[in-house]
Design a protein around this ligand. Structure first.
Ligand code: NA7
Length: 548
């Protein structure tokens, strides 16, 4: 057996939306790329999060790839917000249609990746212990990959069934006639609760912080609408370039203070009725920066909760009182209505946290809530978790975990100084926006910089510390303009990382809007990649050509 490790031009971690798009691109530009995927199939988020009620919060026709025009004209999306099954089937189809599966190695979780500065390559080792080498390392392991599980005492003594939303089993879970407990009321819990409530004997919801849940208003896509979507893709892609959240919606230019209170209500009504994120995107452009507008939106939603939930005490417990947008607002389908059911009870664990789990239930404030099944939907170490949870080392053995101890530091959300030839897809400090669209532009940028380096005979591409410092300052400044920065810092939000005990609250996303980000990517290419160094293949390590 040869002792020389298998070498690839590029190793891609993860076979979700980002990894698949990157593999397709690298093949296109003639690179030998290989994907390592922990699951048994492609899908990423849509492989793992197969819990009851799991569906996208984005509309199907823009939560997909742009690169395959034929597929856009032939794939039949069934629902406005597709279920996990539909997205999973779509991604499997893309992979098979483009014969990508042969370059994806499944059930292979990456344990470590070390940059070898002398050899100018990455040494990548999965959990199976076999080491591979590559020139370019692409992290496509997603925004929400590493689940967070609070250490509830006594969990190991529980005699019933335990499920985690982020690693839902492949078999059907039978809730009929069972007493079910669910911990967590984020976007995931909000999707699970109405579905399980319909079949469970009793559902007890343990809520720490209420969310502003907007109506999803999912529906089947009729043939006529489908034909309209297919005829308008070019226009839609153009809109995704001008919408702050990269959705195909005409830009909203309405400023809250330009309207009378009656007009403001009517505009909010319009956004609420049409459903989905349109309550944010199609009402007022200044909702996340104008405190008056933000509070009016928050009060509008609280009034909706009061109108739906019959028990005033439950309605009040479900009503948030922090800035709208501080936590990522979930979309619900009959979420608030579910709390009017006689088989559903809400237990607030805000002031009286879960004390322990017993063999037969969950104890809060000295009282046991009996359960046959417990579901944990307790969130993720978002943004940075995927990279800080593995042994990822750049120059001089520096760990990414240490480099980001006080929060992520990136250049354009794609690269990190001291970690040459590492490119992140959906990395921290990229826009908080429609993910497949951002992925598309990021992969195009990575492709452009790699092609430039290969054309010029340069083997190492690296962000400069100045480039990174500039980007960090930039994203911080953008964040400081939002209500999130001024908002209540005690409210946990994976958007800022403070949902994880001990994690520094920091700016994990770029809040300048997708159009400005796209422009910055385009300018970077046009200007020859400022803020990066390029090392010639023949040059001694450390000897670099600087793009200024
Ligand atoms: P989230 O939105 O981070 O929600 C996690 C939930 O778990 C949230 O309600 C937390 O309450 C709750 N949680 C966490 N720890 C505890 C403890 N110890 N006790 C009680 N409750 C707890 O994650 P999701 O998976 O729902 O959504 C993630 C994203 O996926 C979502 O935004 C979409 O982009 C898709 P807290 O709010 O911290 O008080």
């Amino acid at each position: 057996m040869s002792s020389t490790p298998q070498h690839y031009d590029a190793i891609i971690i993860g076979a979700g939306f980002g990894g698949i798009r990157a593999l397709h691109e690298f093949r296109k530009i003639g690179l030998k790329a290989h994907v390592f995927e922990a699951g048994t199939d492609v899908g990423g988020t849509w492989y793992w999060n197969r819990y009851p009620g799991a569906r996208t919060d984005s509309e199907a026709w823009c939560y997909c790839y742009k690169f395959d025009e034929e597929l856009l004209q032939t794939w039949d999306w069934k629902e406005r917000m597709p279920s996990w099954k539909e997205v999973f089937a779509y991604l499997r189809h893309v992979v098979d249609k483009h014969d990508l599966r042969r370059d994806i190695e499944f059930q292979t979780r990456i344990k470590s990746a070390h940059f070898d500065a002398d050899a100018k390559l990455w040494r990548v080792t999965p959990e199976n212990g076999v080491t591979y080498t590559c020139q370019y390392l692409i992290s496509a392991s997603g925004v929400l990959t590493v689940p967070y599980m609070p250490p509830f005492p006594g969990l190991e003594t529980f005699k019933g069934e335990v499920y985690r939303s982020s690693s839902w089993p492949r078999h059907e879970v039978n809730f009929a006639g069972k007493r079910v407990a669910i911990v967590g009321t984020g976007a995931t819990g909000v999707q699970i609760i109405p579905v399980v409530a319909q079949v469970a004997k009793h559902l007890t919801v343990f809520q720490r912080t209420p969310n502003y849940v907007m109506p999803g208003r999912n529906h089947f896509i009729e043939e006529e609408q489908r034909a309209g979507i297919r005829a308008n893709y070019d226009e839609m892609w153009n809109w995704t370039r001008t919408n702050p959240f990269a959705f195909p919606m005409a830009p909203c230019n309405q400023m809250f203070d330009d309207y009378t209170p009656e007009q403001q209500q009517r505009i909010f009504d319009g956004g609420w009725e049409v459903g989905g994120f349109r309550f944010i995107f199609e009402t007022f452009a200044d909702m996340l920066v104008n405190p008056g507008c933000n509070e009016a939106a928050a009060e509008y939603i609280r009034n909706k909760i009061r109108a739906v939930v019959k028990d005033p005490k439950t309605a009040e417990l479900l009503s948030p009182h922090y800035q709208f947008g501080l936590k990522r607002p979930p979309l619900g389908h009959f979420y608030y209505e579910t709390f009017n059911r006689s088989n559903v009870s809400l237990v607030s664990v805000k002031d009286t946290p879960i004390e322990r789990i017993t063999p037969t239930g969950v104890v809060v404030d000295g009282k046991e809530h009996a359960a046959d099944i417990i579901i944990f939907a307790t969130g993720f170490d978002g943004g940075t978790g995927a990279l800080t949870s593995i042994d990822l080392r750049g120059r001089e053995g520096r760990l990414m975990k240490d480099a980001w101890a006080d929060g992520p530091r990136t250049h354009m959300g794609i690269t990190v100084d001291g970690f040459p030839n590492l490119f992140m897809i959906s990395g921290p400090q990229t826009p908080f926006a429609n993910i497949p669209i951002i992925i598309d532009s990021v992969v195009d940028w990575i492709s452009a910089v790699v092609q430039k380096a290969r054309r010029d005979g340069e083997s190492v591409i690296e962000a400069t510390p100045e480039g990174v410092e500039g980007w960090v300052q930039h994203v911080q400044k953008l964040f400081s303009m939002t209500v999130m920065d001024k908002g209540d810092h005690s409210v946990h939000s994976w958007l800022m990382g403070n949902n994880i005990p001990g994690k520094t609250r920091s700016v994990l996303f770029y809040f300048g809007g997708a159009p400005m980000y796209f422009q910055e990517l385009d300018e970077s290419v046009d200007m020859g990649f400022p803020g990066f160094t390029f090392t010639k293949s023949t040059a001694k390590p450390g000897k670099t050509a600087t793009a200024t």
